[in-house]
Design a protein around this ligand. Structure first.
Ligand code: C2E
Ligand code: MG
Ligand code: MG
Length: 643
């Protein structure tokens, strides 16, 4: 060892000793540093011994033991390094001392450093050395801030000032770890004026930080789409309101998502939501806007300002963004949204929750008006919303009380009015009155109650068919099946076996579906094919409303087309409708499809229907929907006139 080296080692050792003894001063327990043969080098204020005193008990043979007595008290010994030993007094504070020591010297993650007044490291524990990938000798004398990432070095001045003025500071900085990666380090620094030393106890908080960031992100973002979540948006909304702002809200609810999700599977549903999220993110909403997903298929946009006009504009942009279909693993899915808008109107203070409720109500109304549109909340809507809630509640009770029954509307041949079939139409019988589906069906659909109501209807209709068969006047029955019912697993099989059990022929039932049920996805097709294979006939209801694709007439597994009454209404008076309906009827004939003309109310309409080649119809002119007892009378009268 040359002279320089020796000097370095000595300097090193004495600086280290200095470091330790400075540390003693801030330890909250009696402690001293002694040489291996028991001579006190330094002690803290909790221990009234001077440097140079012999601290070891007489029975000590000169080598520090793990425990030994002094003045009747117990001591605990910890080796510091080769040439000094730290002794801590036991007693009440033994645990605290143990705890601290464990932290300082053996803890895998607690960092410990002692600096001089220029932030040079005098002492460090193994955890620190491992973190920076240097030995204690290498660390010795280094400027801590040289280890810090250069972008964090600007913090130095502020932290040092704080240390000097208050004696404490927290230093958060990144440093290049032994593995070459940046680590986040948090040091709690304490400055001891009397010795001009600073002690730092800290941790590598990289993982904690990552975890915290992730938790924070999770707390405020939707996991699936990465958009904001409910909490985040509500927070933003409350903040805007709190600052006297006048935000507005768009509640965007995807149309028919449940069907897509149920039929394509949840993985596809998730994929669609993710893609939708991405697409919505690309919409120019304005810099004060925030978009988030509230769960399910509900997306919400908060606009910082701008009122109804701007909200409508944003709604249009959202609608525009959906024009292109989504490509999900090669399947093209077209989606639409029902959008509700609520704004802060003058003179009406709304909380965040109330604004949200208003927008939700408006979106609900948009759905009720036929989906794929935008509705702005107003007072009238408030009343509508309340009524809907009342209806939904009433429906639930009605289901358990079996207050639904079918009315039957005969389907007739136009030229002589003879009954060829009957359509079962649901009625809700309350003690006060009989309610038609127009008043409750959309609420039932939205509340997911259709399968239950449908089940009651199917049971009753099959029973009615069995009743008429037993009376010797069997009659074909039409049953309306909604989207939701067709998607109930096992719907087809249950229907098939139920009809068989009633001893009836499947061919005496017509299952009426609407185009939407088939078109939302192709998923209703298998059940329709299955029913058809089993002998049921399938009818496409309300043709001419909604999609009305002629291609569907060719492609769908159907036997009957029911032409919507909007065609019939104008038939006698409007030549265009007349011509159109005539071609429709002949097209159906060419395709081998039976046609039923719906909603004949006048003689003129009936004649016009005959003119264009329509033979079978349904309408008030012939019969209104009636209870089963009336149908029985009508069928009996029929038998006597057309035996
Ligand atoms: P829909 O299947 O097209 O049934 C024909 C509707 O037109 C019935 O209304 C019927 O009363 C009405 N209607 C018949 N002839 C005339 C007419 O000459 N003029 C006018 N203005 N209307 C006429 P309703 O019973 O109110 O049913 C409405 C709709 O509710 C039905 O339309 C059907 O889509 C649905 N619906 C009824 N019952 C059920 C059911 O049990 N299940 C399902 N899923 N839907 C049902
Ligand atoms: Mg129908
Ligand atoms: Mg119809």
């Amino acid at each position: 060892m040359d002279v320089d080296q020796l000097r370095h080692t000595e300097a090193h050792a004495s600086a280290r000793l200095e470091g330790w003894s400075s540390m003693l001063k801030v330890l909250p327990i009696p402690a001293a540093i002694v040489t291996p043969d028991g001579v006190v080098v330094a002690a803290n204020r909790w221990l009234d011994v001077g440097a140079g005193s012999a601290l070891l008990a007489p029975e000590c043979d000169g080598r520090p033991r793990n425990r030994f007595g002094i003045d009747g008290s117990r001591w605990r010994v910890r080796p510091l390094d080769h040439d000094a030993t730290l002794l801590l007094a036991t007693g009440e504070r033994e645990d605290a001392g143990d705890h601290l020591l464990r932290h300082f010297y053996s803890s895998g993650d607690a960092l410990f450093v002692v600096y001089d007044h220029e932030s040079r490291i005098l002492q460090s524990n193994p955890a620190w050395q491992r973190l920076v990938g240097l030995t204690s000798e290498e660390v010795f004398g280094m400027d801590t801030w040289d280890l810090a990432h250069e972008d964090d070095r600007h913090k130095r001045a502020e932290i040092e000032t704080e240390l000097i003025t208050t004696g404490r500071a927290q230093a958060d900085f990144r440093l290049r770890g032994a593995d070459g990666n940046l680590r986040d380090v948090r040091l709690h620094l304490q400055y001891d004026n009397s010795v001009g030393r600073c002690f730092g106890i800290g941790r590598d908080v990289t993982e904690e930080g990552r975890l915290t960031a992730e938790l924070e992100h999770r707390a405020f973002h939707d996991e699936l789409t990465g958009l904001h979540n409910r909490a985040s948006l509500m927070h933003y909304l409350e903040d805007l309101l709190g600052r006297g702002g006048r935000p507005s809200l768009l509640f965007c609810d995807m149309d028919r998502f449940k069907i897509i999700n149920d039929s394509l599977g949840h993985a596809m549903g998730d994929l669609l939501l993710t893609e939708l999220g991405t697409r919505l993110l690309s919409v120019d909403l304005g810099s004060d806007a925030r978009i988030g997903r509230f769960g399910g298929d509900e997306f919400v946009v908060v606009l910082g300002s701008g009122g109804e006009q701007r909200a409508r504009l944003v709604a249009e942009r959202v609608e525009d963004a959906l024009r292109e279909p989504f490509d999900l693993d090669g399947r093209r899915i077209h989606i639409t949204m029902s959008i509700g808008i609520s704004t802060c109107r003058p003179g009406r203070n709304r909380t965040a929750e109330e604004l949200l409720g208003d927008a939700d109500t408006a979106a609900y109304e948009a759905k009720a008006r036929g989906r794929e549109q935008c509705v702005v909340f107003d007072d009238q809507l408030q009343a509508v919303a309340q009524r809907r809630l009342d209806v939904e509640e009433g429906l639930r009770t009605a289901i358990s009380n079996m207050e639904f029954e079918p009315f039957f509307q005969p389907i007739v041949t136009v030229h002589d009015g003879s009954i060829v079939a009957a359509e079962a139409l649901v009625r809700w019988r309350t003690p006060e009155r009989v309610i038609s589906p127009g008043e409750f069906l959309d609420v039932a659909e939205d509340a997911g109650l259709m399968p239950e109501i449908g089940k009651i209807m199917i049971d009753a209709t099959i029973a009615a068919a069995a009743h008429f068969a037993a009376l010797g006047s069997p009659i074909t029955m039409s049953i309306n099946a909604s989207d939701a019912e067709l998607h109930v697993p096992g719907f087809g099989e249950a229907l098939i076996s139920q009809v068989a059990q009633a001893g009836l022929d499947a061919s005496s039932f017509l299952i009426e579906i609407t185009e939407s049920a088939v078109l939302a996805t192709d998923s209703a097709l298998p059940v329709l094919r299955r029913l058809r294979d089993a002998g049921f006939r399938i009818g496409l209801d309300d043709f001419g409303t909604g999609y009305s694709s002629l291609a569907h007439l060719r492609e769908l597994p159907i036997d009957v087309v029911k032409v919507d009454r909007s065609f019939v209404a104008d038939l006698p008076t409007d030549p265009v409708t007349h011509a159109l309906t005539a071609s429709l009827v002949s097209l159906c004939a060419a395709l081998g499809l039976d046609v039923v003309m719906e909603g004949i109310e006048t003689k003129a309409q009936a004649e016009a229907v005959l003119e264009i080649g329509g033979t079978v119809a349904q309408g008030y002119l012939f019969h209104r929907p009636m209870p089963i007892s009336d149908l029985e009378v009508a069928l009996a009268a029929e038998r006597s006139t057309h035996p």
